[in-house]
Design a protein around this ligand. Structure first.
Ligand code: LMR
Length: 392
């Protein structure tokens, strides 16, 4: 029976980890999968996480099951950061549950949308490849529109067209901030318009918020989510703590649903719980508990926010340095300076991507997406020179 299975290609992004590891060159550069790195090229555990983990080990008195919703104190502690301190539950219309990372949250969101009758998901192109993969696995059709113009701004005309052409049984997926893979985010004015368009059309928004705090700040990066949720009747927000708490392999995320009427929430969330039970039963606890302990403690919260500020500042410096290089060989690196988060796209041809790997030992996605945090004080000049070489 099992021999009926067809060979599947390795996930292109995750395969880059192995490809880079197997390159023996000491000066190779890893700009592949989205993990933050310091100026020395390290991905250390946050100091606030270390302190919270210590506290957790000392105080945790049971590892008994919590239920499919996970640690609700963790889920609720994040809400003021996402939805605003003034009214984090939107008058009782928002409820959440813990999920294994942002991917777990997206998986539930798309499965819930399908159960609710959604047939097609409208997604800006390019997007994180796993969005399409989850839809394909769940049997949902993806309708694509162009996310960005050739000038490197959000393609608002394409978005307007996609929303105008949408049917009532469609949902739309938007990146809350730090667009993956382009780094091209909507301005506040554009979010205002998007909120109005979605409210008018009445299609379900699913907002993927995987990089809050890595763009312009925790509050600033929540603008789009808050604006859309204030305008529409229903929405889903998929949250990840992988990047902003540096918990990648601990798989820490949450799913939030906003209902038109708070009386509907119990029914809606019961579907999330049932789907979680069928998929992973209950989410892993450790990372979420560490985040909760940080958010329950003022000093640890301040330490975490400070560490997040340092990450953001370093990425700004890398972006500024790339922008300063300007026209390099056949490409212009200056737009990267105004983009947000871990990623930007350099319009390399497939041959140039290959040459960057083989000749220069620089690894990044075939789409030309680079993780700017992989550039350090020690390798950024060499990277710029390599770009000039392969694009000349
Ligand atoms: C990425 O896009 O590199 C990250 O979100 C990691 C992943 O799981 O793909």
């Amino acid at each position: 029976m099992l021999s009926n299975l067809q060979q599947q290609p390795a996930d292109a992004l995750l395969a880059l980890i192995k490809l880079h590891n197997s390159d023996p060159r000491a000066d190779k550069i890893d700009l592949g999968v989205g993990v933050y790195r310091t100026g020395q090229g390290e991905t250390p555990v946050f100091g606030a996480i270390k302190a919270a983990e210590k506290k957790l080990v000392e105080t945790q008195d049971s590892k008994a099951y919590l239920g499919p919703e996970g640690d609700m104190a963790f889920v609720e502690a994040l809400m003021p950061y996402i939805f605003g301190k003034a009214n984090p539950t939107m008058d009782g219309r928002i409820e959440g549950m813990q999920t294994p990372g942002g991917t777990g949250s997206l998986r539930l969101a798309i499965a819930m949308a399908k159960r609710a009758g959604v047939k097609r998901l409208i997604v800006g192109k390019p997007s994180w490849p796993n969005h399409n993969q989850i839809c394909a696995d769940l049997g949902l059709e993806v309708l694509e529109f162009s996310h960005a113009t050739a000038e490197g701004t959000p393609d608002m005309n394409a978005l307007r067209g996609a929303v105008a052409a949408a049917e009532g049984s469609d949902a739309i997926l938007l990146h809350g901030c730090c667009h993956n893979p382009t780094g091209i985010d909507y301005s506040n004015d554009e979010w205002d318009e998007i909120a109005g368009l979605l409210a008018e059309k009445g299609i379900l928004p699913i907002i993927d918020l995987a990089y809050q705090g890595l763009g312009n700040g925790m509050e600033e990066d929540a603008y789009g989510v808050r604006r859309v949720l204030a305008a529409v009747a229903e929405a889903i927000v998929c949250y990840s703590c992988d990047k902003n708490f540096g918990l990648y392999r601990d798989r820490v995320g949450a799913l939030y649903c906003m209902a038109a009427d708070k009386a509907e929430l119990v029914k809606i969330m019961s579907n999330g719980h049932a789907l979680a039970r069928a998929n992973w039963s209950q989410p892993p606890d450790h990372g979420g508990a560490a985040v909760r302990l940080i958010l329950e403690d003022e000093a640890l919260t301040a330490q975490w926010l400070d560490e997040l500020d340092q990450m953001r500042e370093r990425m700004r410096q890398v972006r500024a340095k790339l922008a300063e290089a300007g026209k390099t060989g056949g490409v212009d690196l200056s737009p990267i300076g105004g983009q947000n988060g871990l990623f930007s796209i350099i319009p390399f041809t497939p041959e140039q991507v290959q040459a960057m790997r083989e000749k220069h030992g620089v690894y990044f996605a075939g789409s030309g997406r680079i993780n700017v945090a992989g550039l350090t004080t020690g390798n950024i000049d060499r990277f710029i020179a390599a770009v000039a070489d392969v694009t000349a």
